[in-house]
Design a binder for this molecule. Structure first.
Ligand code: PNW
Length: 459
């Protein structure tokens, strides 16, 4: 029993994000976000799908919270929609938008489920994009204004905060490859966006720490390995690991960007974006670090491979300074996203982070897999997802045994949802969603995971 167990107080949760589940895009004074605009632009999302209705969670949150409670889950990571709270991105606060999150949080607390709130999961108010978006420094100051408004409304109830989710995706899929909103293709803009997303974190974190709040960021990290021992492939690893992992972690936890990445990004004018005092803000105290982990990248300096499919329409590179690098298959089984399953990579990332950036408490803020699920007699049996989550939880447990300060795990996702450029075709949920009827059906993975949560260990 003990070897399958986790430390007392380990947090077991699931995660979602606002645009992916809420729907109700016109309700209660919500403003438009860049994802509304992007999804309504033909050719951006598979089958022309969008988040207008999504899982209708805005109206069904009580049912969804009851579902979490019935599964025995102790925590829930959700994101707050900036344009619900500030329809124009700054200035006037929309009380009705804040009220939704107050109702959600109260419902969670009533069931004994600890809320973990993320402030930015990619739904930038369109008004701010029109004014320059993340490449504009002002967006970081508007984010701080938004963070202060949210903290004032919810800070008495929410103690666990994440500022930005996956700034790599927001900057490089949004502004370099154009696979995500706002769909721009400029390496110069993308590196500006990356810095300002981190600056936004740095400005907001101190505001969230008031009243006993704990603040962190949630970058997506990858294990990275070379296709061969060739020097050129090792340099490809350096570049990809640099931009995906070290760029964000060094900034957040050391208050500096890695020298080699600064050099790779110099052709895009990156140095000029950084102002005096920025790095002190970005590298300020961090109460916890969220790690989103899905897979490993195997990289080559040759053009043998391709890009990782970040949307069905992917074409441009999301890797400024490494656009010559290609991604090859490492020979592991893949999920329905085409992403390789590599739990060993999670152990590698966790032990590496704990060694390089010691003493910051860690959470796995996302981990999970898309598979093709079928409903048979009102039930969904998804043994592949159970195996994926079990193997990654075992990697977490082993990392804890190796001394990694891992405090909790959030499965992505509570339920099937709008998977960005892929629309509703990719299902990451522990709970199946029928988009015709909005019926929720716990898959066998949900029942398995609930058992793990209740016994604080692998079943
Ligand atoms: C993350 N990539 O997105 C997000 O935080 C979630 O909203 C999303 O649903 C989940 O992972 C599954 O995709 C990513 O192409 C999107 O490298 C794309 C990539 C990575 C993460």
């Amino acid at each position: 029993m003990t070897t399958r167990g986790f430390p007392d107080g380990f947090t077991w949760g699931t995660a979602t994000s606002g645009y992916q589940i809420e729907g109700a895009v016109a309700a209660d004074g919500r403003g438009t976000s860049i994802w509304d605009t992007f999804a309504h632009t033909p050719g951006r999302v598979m089958n022309g799908e969008n988040g207008d209705v999504a899982n209708d969670h805005y109206h069904r949150y009580a049912e969804d919270v009851a579902l979490m409670a019935s599964l025995g889950l102790g925590a829930y990571r959700f994101s707050i929609s900036w344009p619900r709270v500030m329809p124009d991105g700054g200035g006037e606060v929309n009380q009705r938008g804040l009220d939704f999150y107050r109702r959600l949080v109260d419902a969670l607390l009533e069931e004994g489920i600890t809320p973990f709130a993320t402030l930015y999961h990619w739904d930038l108010p369109q008004k701010l994009e029109d004014a320059g978006g993340w490449p504009a420094r002002d967006t970081a100051y508007r984010f701080a204004e938004y963070a202060a408004a949210v903290h004032e409304a919810l800070g008495d109830r929410v103690k666990h905060w994440f500022t930005v989710n996956e700034p790599w995706c927001a900057a490089f899929l949004g502004y370099a490859s154009g696979d995500h909103a706002p769909g721009l293709r400029s390496p110069e803009l993308s590196v500006r966006a990356a810095h300002h997303l981190l600056l936004a974190h740095g400005l907001a974190a101190p505001l969230l720490r008031g009243g006993g709040g704990l603040a962190g960021a949630a970058p997506n990290l990858y294990a990275v390995s070379p296709a061969s021992d060739d020097e050129a492939d090792l340099d490809a690893v350096r570049r990809i690991d640099g931009l995906q992992n070290r760029f964000f972690l060094d900034a957040l936890l050391r208050g500096s960007y890695p020298a080699d990445v600064l050099q790779d990004l110099a052709p895009f004018g990156f140095q000029e974006v950084i102002q005096d005092g920025d790095m002190e803000l970005i590298g300020g105290p961090l109460d916890h670090l969220g790690v989103n982990y899905y897979s490993r990248h195997t990289v080559s300096a040759s053009s043998d491979g391709g890009l990782v499919a970040t949307s069905p329409f992917a074409s441009a590179s999301p890797w400024p300074g490494a656009s010559h690098v290609s991604f090859v298959h490492g020979g592991r089984p893949v999920t329905d996203m085409g992403w390789e399953v590599d739990p060993g990579g999670l152990h590698e990332i966790l032990t590496w982070v704990a060694k390089e950036y010691p003493s910051v408490p860690l959470y796995i803020t996302e981990n999970g897999a898309a598979y093709v699920d079928t409903v048979v007699d009102g039930a969904v049996d998804d043994p592949e997802r159970v195996a994926y989550i079990e193997a990654h939880l075992a990697a977490c447990r082993d990392a804890i045994a190796d001394g990694v300060p891992l405090k909790g795990y959030f499965a992505w996702s509570l339920m099937d949802n709008f998977e960005w450029g892929w629309g509703y075709g990719k299902r990451f949920g522990l709970v199946h969603v029928d988009y015709e009827t909005q019926k929720r059906t716990p898959k066998s993975s949900a029942l398995w995971y609930g058992r793990a949560a209740r016994q604080n260990g692998l079943p």
